[in-house]
Design a protein around this ligand. Structure first.
Ligand SMILES: Nc1ncnc2c1ncn2[C@@H]1O[C@H](COP(=O)(O)OP(=O)(O)O)[C@@H](O)[C@H]1O
Ligand SMILES: [Mg+2]
Length: 320
């Protein structure tokens, strides 16, 4: 059985003048130990997907359809009590801003210990020992001393490491990380990505890693979902997806990545801008920017499976 089975997940924001569909029929599965990347431009629905999965949406946001099965359990039907037991234990989330999961007025060691104690019967000393261990595992030097620090006494990179330690401390089965390294400088970002990969391998956890930058996650993830305007337009194993993109949007994303060979050359940006969700074209949302668009693209392409790849496109690039 898959660890996580998301099918047809849809989320809308309801406003007086109508609803905006931020996530529209998103489906994917995750096996234990697998790392899935969710990639797409800003505003494509990545965070709303993560928040929908974690039941962290605030009104007027609402999941309007679909199913999310975690080890067979329907998460969309969980009670607040069931969520309290799951979140921070079996499923953990890391946010772009580490302060979304850290308490500014509590010592780092105490908060990590607390994450253990709300879920497990341990002595304070045992929980503190676990916290020291978790800090060490995410590459925090002198973890014993760091236990007494408040979050504001740490650098951005160290703070994010603490948030990751807090997410990993109970050895969750699933970690959802929403652009956790986007605000950090590239060296720290690379370190954290590398360590994260080790940690996931070591603990056997599965992870969903969200990024607006395919270049950042390509060495971390096993598979990628490419999102555009709330829909997954292409999904597949990372190496194949990068070497042979089938969706014209994936192709455009890859063409806009810098490579060492083209130092100094101008990057080829995808012409046009991502559409506002309130004014989506009726069919394929990418059609207005797509070099391959034809009249059929005025319909929404259904998801099809082509050799281990899923695709929403009437005129994909040649697979050969
Ligand atoms: N709190 C909100 N209220 C209204 N609309 C929202 C809200 N959050 C997100 N949206 C809508 O959902 C879209 C996708 O947002 P998001 O998932 O945050 O994008 P990203 O891919 O950058 O993470 C936004 O462009 C916006 O239209
Ligand atoms: Mg986001």
């Amino acid at each position: 059985m898959a660890l996580l089975e998301v099918s047809g997940l849809s989320t809308s924001f309801a406003f007086a003048h109508g609803a905006v569909k931020a996530v529209d029929g998103v489906s994917f599965t995750l096996e234990p130990g697998e790392i899935l990347g969710i990639v797409g431009e800003s505003g494509s629905g990545k965070s709303v997907t993560a928040f929908s999965l974690m039941n962290l949406l605030d009104p007027p946001g609402r999941v309007t359809g679909g199913s999310v099965r975690f080890k067979g359990q329907e998460l969309l039907a969980c009670s607040p009590r069931q969520w309290q037991a799951l979140r921070g234990d079996r499923i953990a989330m890391v946010f772009q801003d580490p302060m979304m999961s850290l308490n500014p007025v509590m010592r780092v060691g105490d908060q990590l210990a607390e994450t253990v104690l709300v879920h497990y019967r341990r002595t304070r000393a045992q929980a503190h020992a676990q916290a020291v261990d978790a800090l060490a595992r995410v590459g925090i030097p002198a973890p014993r001393e760091r236990m007494r620090a408040y979050p504001h006494e740490l650098s951005g990179g160290m703070r994010q490491r603490v948030a990751i330690a807090n997410a990993l401390i109970n050895r969750p089965d699933l970690i959802i990380a929403d652009e956790p390294t986007t605000a950090l400088d590239v060296t720290i970002q690379a370190q954290i990505l590398y360590e994260m990969k080790q940690l996931v391998r070591e603990t056997g956890a599965a992870a969903i890693w969200i990024s607006h930058d395919l270049a950042v996650v390509k060495d971390l993830v096993d598979r990628v979902c490419v999102m555009y305007a709330g829909r997954v337009v292409e999904q597949g194993p990372v190496a194949e997806l990068i070497s042979r993109p089938l969706h014209p949007y994936t192709r455009g994303l890859l063409d806009s990545l810098p490579t060492p060979a083209m130092r100094g050359a101008t990057l080829r940006a995808i012409p046009g801008a991502a559409p506002a969700l309130a004014a989506l074209p009726p069919g394929c949302a990418f059609a207005p920017r797509c070099p391959r668009a034809r009249p059929a693209c005025a319909q929404i392409p259904v998801e099809t499976t082509v050799r281990g790849r899923t695709l929403r496109c009437f005129y994909p690039l040649e697979a050969a």
